[in-house]
Design a protein around this ligand. Structure first.
Ligand code: NAD
Length: 292
């Protein structure tokens, strides 16, 4: 199946990056968000992102302008009627995503593939809310999307081979490396990353070492580009807690129980960089470089 026109729902951190990468690689893009101000901000972010691509010698000015021309913004999902693929990247709330997919399912032609960029919600459950569970799957990009090479392709229980193969090929046209993953809690990325972050929080909670020293062990000792506590701050502690709860509920295994300190920090509104304080203190709005 040929994909030419792509819908992106949600013009936040991930949606902006996803729209940029599709447009840069020749796809027509309909970027939709119910907050017009987010659409405006997103276009500015995409332009800056494309400028960075020029600075790195990845594209020239002409390709930048052509990419921008391929992005059409709208607050209305009806534009998805023209799309061969719709990638959803709205806030990580299952009822919201399910309601939106039911609307998108009604709007889109029969051939359209629906994909979610969810970090942890079951694709099988979301697919079951539509009339096309065979043309539904996860397309989990990493943050920042224009830079990170990986995309996790998550098959729901009823995802067809044709749908999977189509998005596998599409991922390669975006210069990404797709990996095939089954629909299990946290997929692969967050099943491995989040327990490490949670264990780092337990290590701090039990007074084994300071935040700085815990992070130093992983950066200087294990060659990780960022320590787990700093990474948790960048991702957002509320998001880390949400994903730990998905793992805990999904596997019913106490090894995934969120650290009480993580819960308390979220209750206190200490969410990391976005709130100005988490395991570290931040002065200004951060540059978001997490990969979850
Ligand atoms: P974000 O908060 O930056 O952006 C979400 C956008 O969705 C906002 O612009 C919001 O206005 C829009 N939105 C919310 N409800 C809507 C609705 N009903 N209709 C239209 N637009 C709506 O969030 P994000 O960080 O970009 O995350 C989006 C998705 O990607 C989530 O599922 C998240 O788990 C996943 N994800 C995030 C990251 C990350 O590092 N941020 C990485 C991988 C996956």
């Amino acid at each position: 199946m040929t994909i030419k026109t792509v819908g992106v729902l949600g013009a936040g951190t991930m949606g902006s990056g996803i729209a940029q990468v599709f447009a840069r690689n020749g796809y027509e893009v309909h970027l939709v968000d119910n907050q017009p101000s987010h659409l405006q901000k997103s276009v500015g972010k995409i332009q800056k992102g494309l400028d960075k691509c020029i600075a790195r010698g990845m594209i020239d000015e002409e390709r930048k302008l052509a990419s921008i021309e391929r992005i059409h913004t709208s607050p209305r999902m009806e534009v998805f009627a023209e799309c061969d693929l719709v990638v959803e990247a709205v806030t990580e709330e299952e009822p919201t995503k399910i309601a939106l997919f039911q609307s998108i399912d009604r709007i889109c032609p029969e051939h359209t593939i629906l994909a979610s960029n969810t970090s942890a919600i079951s694709l099988t459950r979301m697919a079951a809310a539509t009339k096309r569970p065979d043309r539904f799957m996860g397309m989990h990009f990493m943050n920042p999307v224009p830079i990170m090479e990986l995309v996790e392709l998550i098959r729901g229980l009823q995802t067809s081979d044709e749908t999977f193969n189509t998005l596998h090929e599409v991922s390669k046209t975006l210069n990404k490396t797709p990996v095939s993953v089954k629909d299990y809690p946290g997929f692969v990325s967050n099943r491995l990353l989040m327990p490490m972050i949670n264990e780092a929080i337990y290590t701090l909670y039990e007074g084994v070492a300071s935040a700085e020293d815990i992070d130093a062990v992983m950066t200087l000792g294990m060659n990780h580009p960022m320590g787990p506590l700093k990474l948790a701050d960048v991702i957002g502690l509320d998001t880390c807690l949400f994903i730990m709860n998905v793992l805990h509920d999904g596997f019913k295994d106490s090894k995934y129980r969120p650290c009480p300190l993580l819960q308390q920090m979220v209750d206190a509104g200490l969410l990391g960089k976005k709130s100005g304080e988490g395991f570290y203190t931040y002065e200004a709005e951060p540059e978001n470089i997490a990969t979850f």
